[in-house]
Design a protein around this ligand. Structure first.
Ligand code: GSH
Length: 235
């Protein structure tokens, strides 16, 4: 059994997408990041970066003590190795998949996260910051679109953890100031993943974990989420 510490955000959806695809049993432990649950001592023991998602695998493959992990990319890789699924076994397929997984973790996720911040959440609308991240988002969409011109999925013919990492970040494309019609290969890939039963099952978990999912972020939540420093997050 996997304990999944989760809140329905793009990084959270990555893990439910994997667990639903693989059919691994899991229990969701909601981490209400708008209310400060990411600072609870028990959660910080698993996820010292005070960010979700995190998992605890109570039945690791070596039969030893439970394994706890934070960082969605590390979690996807761990689960792929545990199940032998969604990560090609051959040297080249594995390298391609990890390359695009790291691209998502180091580029697509952080840049689109800043797009969300300055376009939707920042108390002031700063045109330079909005334009910078909307344009960078657009550049990254172009990279993905070109990559998908001659293959079904990011790493090749098969659906992998690299796709699961990227897809949830494309879901809010309208809020990111983008048009999928400008990126036909990306659009085809996006629609194919959206149609997968496991994707639908994963996204159905959002409202189960957070009945207010989809509502605008409250002012109280913004106070918890933004303006964190070393001093005020010390526990
Ligand atoms: N690189 C991390 C990022 C995780 C992350 O930023 N999670 C956000 C939600 S998407 C979070 O927990 N935020 C809580 C906070 O800002 O305090 C990962 O991919 O797991």
């Amino acid at each position: 059994m996997i304990d999944l510490h989760y809140w329905p955000t793009p990084n959270g959806h990555k893990v439910t997408m994997f667990l639903e695809e693989a059919g691994l049993p899991y229990t969701i432990h909601p981490v209400d990041i708008g209310k400060g649950a990411q600072f609870e001592p028990a959660f910080l023991k698993i996820a010292p970066n005070n960010r979700m998602p995190a998992i605890v695998d109570r039945e690791p493959a070596d039969g030893g003590a439970p394994v706890s992990l934070f960082e969605s990319g590390a979690i996807l890789l761990y689960l792929a190795e545990k199940t032998g699924r969604f990560l090609p076994a051959d040297l080249r397929g594995r390298a391609e998949t990890l390359q695009w997984l790291f691209w998502q973790m180091g580029g697509l996720g952080p840049m689109l996260g800043q797009n969300h911040h300055f376009s939707q959440y920042a108390p002031e609308k700063i045109p330079y910051a909005i334009e910078r991240y909307v344009k960078e988002t657009n550049r990254l969409y172009g990279v993905l679109d070109r990559r998908l011109a001659d293959r079904a999925f990011v790493a090749g013919a098969d659906y992998t953890i690299a796709d699961m990492a990227a897809y949830p970040w494309i879901v809010p494309w309208e809020k990111q100031g983008q048009r999928l019609d400008d990126h036909p290969n990306l659009k085809r890939w996006f629609e194919a993943i959206a149609e997968r039963p496991a994707t639908k099952a994963a996204y159905a978990k959002a409202a189960e974990a957070n009945p207010n999912h989809g509502q605008p972020m409250s002012e109280d939540a913004k106070k918890v989420m933004f303006g964190q420093t070393a001093a005020n997050t010390k526990r």
